[in-house]
Design a protein around this ligand. Structure first.
Ligand code: C2E
Ligand code: MG
Ligand code: MG
Ligand code: MG
Length: 282
C-alpha cells in the first residue's frame, strides 16, 4: 500500500544509508593500500586451557588503524571486504603474519596454537592449502599449531568443493574450529560434514549463562555434544571469575575472553607469555 511505498522510497533515499554505502566503498578502495602501508595489524587474544591453567594459544584478530579516522572495527571492514569479494588479500596477510607469530610465540610456549578467522569466500580458493603448506614450511611451524575458524555456515551448505578443501587442510594436520556456535545454521548435519576439531561456543550464550537458564542449557549440551563427537570446546566472551569457574565444572576445555586477556599486540603477547613462564618456575 501507500505506506509501504513511502517506506521503500525512504529506504532508498535514506541519506544515512547512502552515506554508509559510500563509506564502505571508500574503505574498500583503501584496504589493499592500508595493508601495504602497515595500517592493518594483528591483535592476539590468549586462550587458557582449564585443565593445565596454561595459555595454549591465541586468536588473531585483524585491526585497522586509519591515519585520519583512527581505529576501524573489523566488523566494519571485513563485512565490506566480504560483500565485494576482496577478502583474499586480507586473509593472506593474516595467515602470513599469524604463522610468523606462531614461530615467535613457540619459543615461549612449545606447540603454541594460533586461530585465524576465515570467511566462507576463502573456501572457494583452491590454492589455499598450498599457500598454508608453504607458509608453515617456511617458518618451521607444525600444521597442528594453526587453527582455522569458520563462521558462515550457510555458504558451506551443499557445496561439496568447500568441504573437500577443508578436508585437505585437515589431512595436513591443520585444526578446524566452528566459530560462534549456536548462532548460525550449525545443524547436526553440518557438524557431521565439517571436519572440525573444535567447537567455539558463541559469547552471547556464555555471557547469558548466569541469568538465562536456556543459555546455560545451551552451553552444557554443546559441551556434551562436542565431547561425544571427540571435539574440544572453547567458550568465548568469558568476562568474569564466576563464569570461568562454572565452565571449569562443566568440563569446558578452553576459555577465551577479557578475564584471560584482551586482544593485544604481538610484543605484549610475548611479554605475557614470558611472565607466565617465570611464574611456573617460581
Ligand atoms: P570472533 O571471531 O567471534 O571474535 C571474537 C570477538 O569478540 C572479537 O571482536 C573480540 O575482541 C571479542 N571479545 C573477545 N573476548 C571478549 C569478551 O570477554 N567480552 C566481549 N564483550 N568481547 C570479547 P573483534 O576483534 O571486534 O572481532 C569481531 C569479528 O570480526 C570476529 O568475531 C571475526 O568474525 C571478525 N574478524 C576479526 N578478524 C578477522 C580476520 O582476520 N578475518 C576474518 N575473516 N574475520 C575477522
Ligand atoms: Mg573467531
Ligand atoms: Mg567467535
Ligand atoms: Mg563473533
Amino acid at each position: 500500500d501507500e505506506a509501504d511505498e513511502e517506506a521503500i522510497k525512504w529506504k532508498y533515499h535514506d541519506p544515512a544509508r547512502q552515506q554508509e554505502v559510500s563509506w564502505r566503498l571508500s574503505l574498500l578502495s583503501q584496504l589493499d593500500e592500508a595493508i601495504e602501508q602497515g595500517q592493518v595489524w594483528l591483535a592476539f587474544q590468549p586462550k587458557l586451557e582449564l585443565e593445565t591453567k596454561k595459555l595454549v594459544g591465541a586468536e588473531a584478530l585483524a585491526r585497522w588503524t586509519h591515519p585520519e579516522k583512527g581505529p576501524i572495527s573489523p566488523a566494519e571492514f571485513i563485512a565490506a571486504a566480504e560483500q565485494h569479494d576482496r577478502i583474499g588479500r586480507l586473509t593472506d596477510f593474516v595467515l602470513a603474519n599469524s604463522i610468523a607469530a606462531i614461530a615467535d610465540f613457540s619459543h615461549h610456549v612449545p606447540g603454541f596454537n594460533i586461530a585465524i578467522n576465515l570467511s566462507a569466500r576463502n573456501l572457494t580458493d583452491h590454492n589455499l592449502p598450498d599457500r598454508v603448506r608453504s607458509l608453515l614450511d617456511r617458518h618451521g611451524v607444525a600444521a597442528h599449531q594453526l587453527t582455522l575458524e569458520l563462521t558462515e555456515t550457510a555458504a558451506l551448505e551443499g557445496s561439496g568443493a568447500d568441504i573437500d578443501l577443508l578436508n585437505q587442510l585437515r589431512d595436513m594436520g591443520v585444526q578446524i574450529s566452528i566459530d560462534d556456535y549456536g548462532t548460525g545454521l550449525s545443524t547436526l548435519d553440518y557438524l557431521k560434514k565439517v571436519p572440525a576439531t573444535e567447537i567455539k561456543i558463541d559469547q552471547s550464550f556464555v555471557r547469558g549463562m548466569r541469568e538465562s537458564r536456556s543459555d546455560l542449557i545451551m552451553v552444557q549440551s554443546t559441551i556434551a555434544l562436542a565431547h561425544s563427537l571427540d571435539r574440544k570446546v572453547v567458550a568465548e566472551g568469558v568476562e568474569d571469575r564466576d563464569i570461568l569457574d562454572q565452565l571449569e565444572m562443566m568440563r569446558c576445555d578452553i576459555v577465551q575472553g577479557f578475564i584471560v586477556g584482551r586482544p593485544m599486540g604481538r610484543g605484549e603477547m610475548v611479554r605475557r607469555l614470558t611472565k607466565e613462564k617465570r611464574q611456573k618456575v617460581a
